[in-house]
Ligand binder design. Structure first.
Ligand code: GLY
Ligand code: MN
Ligand code: MN
Length: 463
């Protein structure tokens, strides 16, 4: 299935990517950039133990960035001095043609990929001068294991070019349609597995064969498990809430979207209150998202929004101020993850500089610890959860529990959790949101109810 119309007859810009990495390497370690040669091997098809089946193939993202090639067992070499990019395809295994069909020829690969030359892997001569690290030969052969090269690769990947942005927008569009299908297919969703199936079916129908990550399909209290992938509980009417976090992939580029809705289209009081609170966190974050803004500050601001709204709802006691509760870090376990992460070929993409040993529990799991810059793509995904396991410590700690109205909190456990997640490009002046599936609670309610009215059985042909 063809990709975005805007990329028709264009090649993935591998050569420019090699230059991008070189320019990042020059900034990081100029001496290493002199006459540097980058060499990266792609992933190979790996077999399962004691079995002739292979594991699902997922291309190495660094290799893809420098080649645009999704073939297992290939390699790429960039000679910066000559500005020459060579792709090495795996040698032809004649025995395998019967099973797998004819491989791409050198000529067709040269037409398809943005490289200067295509050869076979057996042409790589590991003893040649090009592959020596001997400084006397003034030849620098860098592989991913080199710290500076790795840093340069990560940094280059953090800034998306127009081609990558088109791929990501396409993945986002597919994902929007899938989320719409899930929302409107409630009559056939009596188990979390059905949500999973509905999403995957529509992704595949639109040509997206891989998910960016395992879909997270929760109902009721399981909405409080951040990366819940069990996806197999019955959706009984007493459960009220659904959370689906799923994203289709396009040409190795990810999307990552979360939507929440009531299972019968009618928001319960507490579910809607938490939904509106999270929506406010996201809206407030958007007000601060722009180049130069420090992501940590925006993240902490969203904690303050949560605290403020919890005080209004009575979950936090009204006699305390937002700042007092913020300083006591009482919100940490209600909103245990970060506001968002870098997004690209990996769902949690490169160059975010997370610090998981941060002593401040409010930002320990924040995956971006840097300022925003144009061309970065990030997620804006605040959340609010009621997890008995996570909150046990908070409730047992008198320093923290004194801020909490337990009797009010007890009314919210059944909601499980709410997260609202969108994919956002940082632009010169602000931002652009890739994902457009509605998050307006009234509109969501209408979509769910319209599905109920249809009462259809079987998959919805939304796309
Ligand atoms: N889907 C994983 C995440 O939102 O980070
Ligand atoms: Mn995410
Ligand atoms: Mn997600």
């Amino acid at each position: 299935m063809s990709g975005p119309e805007s990329l028709k007859d264009r090649k993935y810009p591998a050569k420019q990517h090699a230059r991008n990495v070189l320019s990042q390497l020059k900034k990081k370690n100029p001496s290493k950039a002199t006459e540097a040669k980058f060499f990266i091997s792609g992933e190979v098809l790996e077999g399962y133990k004691y079995c002739d089946q292979t594991k699902p193939f997922r291309q190495d993202r660094y290799f893809f960035y420098l080649s645009g090639c999704n073939i297992p067992g290939a390699h790429v070499l960039y000679d910066s001095e000559k500005d020459h990019l060579t792709l090495y395809l795996p040698d032809v295994d004649k025995e395998d043609i019967m099973w797998s069909g004819l491989p791409l020829s050198l000529e067709d690969a040269a037409k398809k990929y943005d490289v200067d030359e295509v050869k076979y892997a057996s042409d790589i001569n590991l003893n040649s001068k090009a592959f020596t690290t001997d400084n006397n030969l003034k030849s620098q052969f860098l592989i991913e294991q080199d710290e500076d090269f790795f840093f340069a690769l990560d940094e280059a990947r953090a800034f998306k070019d127009e081609f990558e942005i088109e791929l990501m927008k396409h993945a986002a569009k597919i994902t929007d349609n899938c989320h719409y299908a899930v929302m409107s297919a409630i009559p056939i969703e009596t188990n979390e597995t059905h949500i999973h199936a509905e999403f995957m079916y529509h992704a595949l129908r639109q040509g997206s064969k891989n998910q960016s990550y395992d879909p997270i399909c929760c109902s009721g209290e399981s909405c409080s498990t951040l990366h819940y992938v069990k996806n197999d509980e019955e959706i009984t009417p007493d459960k009220r809430s659904i959370l689906i976090d799923a994203g289709a992939e396009w040409d190795c580029y990810a999307s990552d979207v979360t939507r929440c809705f009531p299972i019968n289209g009618e928001w319960s009081k507490e579910h809607l209150e938490i939904y509106n609170l999270v929506l406010k966190m996201q809206t407030e974050a958007y007000k601060l998202i722009k180049p130069g803004a420090n992501w940590e500050d925006i993240h902490l601001e969203t904690h303050k929004v949560l605290i403020q709204e919890f005080i209004k709802l009575g979950i936090f006691k009204k006699e305390f101020s937002v700042d007092e509760i913020f300083d006591a870090k009482v919100s940490a376990r209600f909103y245990p993850h970060g506001l968002g992460h870098m997004l690209g070929m990996d769902t949690h993409d490169t160059a975010g500089f997370a610090n998981y040993s941060d002593s401040n529990e409010l930002s320990r799991y924040l995956r971006i610890r840097r300022k925003l810059e144009p061309s970065m793509v990030v997620t804006n995904e605040p959340g609010c959860y009621f997890s008995p396991f996570l909150l046990e410590e908070t409730l047992q700690n008198p320093i923290k529990s004194k801020y909490i109205n337990k009797s009010v909190l007890d009314k919210y456990w059944y909601v499980g959790g709410v997260r609202i997640e969108d994919d956002v490009l940082i632009t010169k002046d602000g931002y652009e949101i890739f994902t457009k599936i509605t998050k307006d609670p009234e509109e969501i309610s209408k979509i769910v109810k319209a599905g109920l009215d249809k009462g259809e059985k079987g998959f919805h042909n939304v796309v």
